[in-house]
Every structure is written in structure tokens, then in C-alpha cells.
Design a protein around this ligand. Structure first.
Ligand SMILES: Cc1cc2nc3c(=O)[nH]c(=O)nc-3n(C[C@H](O)[C@H](O)[C@H](O)COP(=O)(O)OP(=O)(O)OC[C@H]3O[C@@H](n4cnc5c(N)ncnc54)[C@H](O)[C@@H]3O)c2cc1C
Ligand code: FES
Length: 272
């Protein structure tokens, strides 16, 4: 029987410094390993351990995978010291993805915080692949300071896609270079003239940001079932076996990480 924890090797082709503690790793897996935007994979640092991450690249690019990773502890700390040419392991993909077919013909309102823009970049690329199939695509992004913004070189160029993509960013604390909004990301969440009956919202970021962004989106008129949340719970096996990632009756690794809010809103401790 095939070992479910077996990974395939992937060479680090490039390391892009996004911020002081976030890097994007471009990997070339030794075999084909596709994914759908929103799904995650386990990345192994040989001899150290593994951790779950969502690819931040375009799912239609088959020979490479990008992961945008914040240095948070043991595995990510050592990963951040790895260089071009070194080899990691990748297994997956796992879990649920954003249901793109259900987003067709709708306004797609995307809210990201910090490194939470990683899965959302993959979603945005997937939307851009068929950009005319969607109504307005709106990205609202929050970071702590201007130097904490990820994908700085490309994020504002997304506005120019097909004339119906809007991008707005806010920082908690500005500096001399920053001419955008200052305040938590919730301060830039507005109706923006959207028909809320024909819209979905997608949220990914730190738990506290997810909580308050969700409440603000509900205030704006989104319904529970129109909100798609990426629940990045602590995980271990990634396979629905160990129970580390429980959210009430669900396993975030198998039944998530993408959930609609109506499915989880009454469960305890969802924002922990
Ligand atoms: C489905 C999924 C997708 C993810 N995608 C990304 C991504 O694209 N980019 C990225 O930078 N990170 C992502 N993460 C978070 C990432 O998995 C953790 O930062 C990583 O596991 C930390 O591993 P470590 O060994 O470096 O830290 P550890 O030494 O294990 O822990 C460091 C600290 O982080 C805490 N921690 C570990 N995992 C999580 C978690 N999931 N949520 C909150 N706190 C946690 C630990 O409790 C500890 O306090 C994702 C997590 C999940 C579950
Ligand atoms: S991580 Fe083991 S059950 Fe989800």
C-alpha cells in the first residue's frame, strides 16, 4: 500500500524576499502535482519536519509551484535559510478549494491580511485566467506597515486587468512613502456599489482579522452562505486522521480549509 505521508522532491528554483519575514519559494516538483486554488499541501524540510501551506501560484502553471511563507517557528525558520538549488518535499494537495464555477457571473470581493494574501493570489490568478466570466473583482488588502505588504511589485498592476478589477490596500501604520489608507483592513471594506445579491466574499488572514472582516462583510449585506473563509487551523497529518485540526464536527484539513461561514458560524472557538 502507498505510504500516504510520502512526498515528492521539489527543487528550490528561486527565493523571493517579500518582506522582512515572508519569502516566496518557487519550487520545481520532480513529478506532476496539480492543485485547485484554496487547497493546501504539506511541505517537508528533510530531517526537520513538515508544515501546511497553500500554493500562491497559478494552478494552470504545471511545472512549478510557489509558496509564500512567513517565518513563524521551527520548520519555517529553517526553510527561510534554504537557498536556490536545495531540495524540499511536497505532498498533497489536500482539502477544499474555492468553488470557481459558483463564482461565475458574480462580483467577487476578496479580503486579505498579511501573508493571508498567499492563497488569495492563487485565487486571483485563477479568476484572471477567465477574467470576463466574473463581474467585478475587488481586492481589499491589509498589512501592518508598507514594508509588510507582500507581492509589492505586482499587487497594484492587478487593477489593469480587463478594467473590472479593483485593488485597495490599507496599512495599520503608514510612513513617508505611503499615500494609501491608514487603518485596519476593515476600514476600507465598503459596499463599492456592488449588488450584494450577486456577490461572494472570500477572506483569508490572521484569525482576529478574519473575525472582524467577517462581521463587517455581514454588516455590508453579505449573507452567511456568501462568505468563504480559509480556516488555517493547526494541522498535523493533513489527511483527516489525527484530529489536530478539528472545528466542531469537521476536520479543517479534509472538510476545509475553505468553508462557507454558514457551515461553521455556530461552532465554538472558530476564531482561535
Ligand atoms: C491550510 C493551511 C495553509 C497555510 N498556508 C500558509 C501559507 O500559505 N503561508 C504561511 O506562511 N503560513 C501558512 N500556514 C501556516 C503555517 O502552516 C504555519 O505557520 C507553520 O505550520 C508553522 O510551522 P513551524 O514549524 O515553522 O512553526 P511551529 O514551531 O510549529 O509553531 C510556531 C507557532 O505558530 C503556531 N502555529 C502553527 N501553525 C499554525 C496555524 N496554522 N495557525 C496559527 N498558528 C499556528 C504554533 O502554535 C506556534 O505558536 C497555513 C496553515 C494551514 C493550516
Ligand atoms: S490535520 Fe490531522 S485530521 Fe486534520
Amino acid at each position: 500500500m502507498k505510504n500516504p505521508y510520502a512526498y515528492i522532491e521539489a527543487e528550490i528554483l528561486d527565493v523571493i524576499e517579500e518582506t522582512g519575514n515572508i519569502k516566496t519559494f518557487r519550487l520545481r516538483p520532480s513529478g506532476e502535482i496539480g492543485f485547485r486554488a484554496g487547497q493546501f499541501m504539506e511541505v517537508t524540510v528533510p530531517g526537520v519536519g513538515e508544515a501546511p501551506f497553500t500554493p500562491s501560484s497559478n494552478h494552470s502553471v504545471k511545472d512549478t509551484l510557489d509558496f509564500t511563507i512567513m517565518s513563524a517557528g521551527r520548520v519555517t525558520g529553517i526553510l527561510h535559510e534554504m537557498k536556490k538549488g536545495e531540495v524540499v518535499g511536497v505532498r498533497g494537495p489536500y482539502g477544499t478549494s474555492y468553488p470557481l464555477a459558483d463564482f461565475k457571473s458574480k462580483n467577487v470581493y476578496i479580503v486579505g491580511g498579511g501573508v493571508g494574501l498567499a492563497p488569495l493570489r492563487s485565487l486571483l490568478y485563477a479568476l484572471f485566467n477567465d477574467v470576463n466570466d466574473y463581474k467585478k473583482i475587488i481586492l481589499k488588502y491589509g498589512a501592518r506597515t508598507p514594508s509588510d505588504i507582500v507581492y509589492k511589485k505586482e499587487i497594484f498592476s492587478w487593477k489593469d486587468r480587463a478594467g473590472h478589477v479593483d485593488v485597495e490596500a490599507s496599512v495599520d501604520v503608514g510612513d513617508d512613502t505611503w499615500i494609501g489608507s491608514v487603518g485596519l483592513v476593515t476600514t476600507i471594506l465598503k459596499n463599492d456599489g456592488l449588488d450584494m445579491n450577486n456577490a461572494v466574499a472570500v477572506v483569508c488572514g490572521p484569525p482576529i482579522m478574519m473575525k472582524f472582516a467577517t462581521f463587517k462583510l455581514l454588516d455590508l449585506g453579505f449573507k452567511d452562505s456568501q462568505l468563504y473563509l480559509s480556516m488555517e487551523k493547526n494541522m498535523s497529518c493533513g489527511l483527516g486522521k489525527c484530529g489536530h485540526c478539528r472545528i466542531g464536527p469537521y476536520y479543517a484539513c479534509k472538510d476545509g480549509p475553505v468553508f462557507t461561514y454558514d457551515k461553521i458560524k455556530d461552532l465554538p472557538n472558530i476564531w482561535d
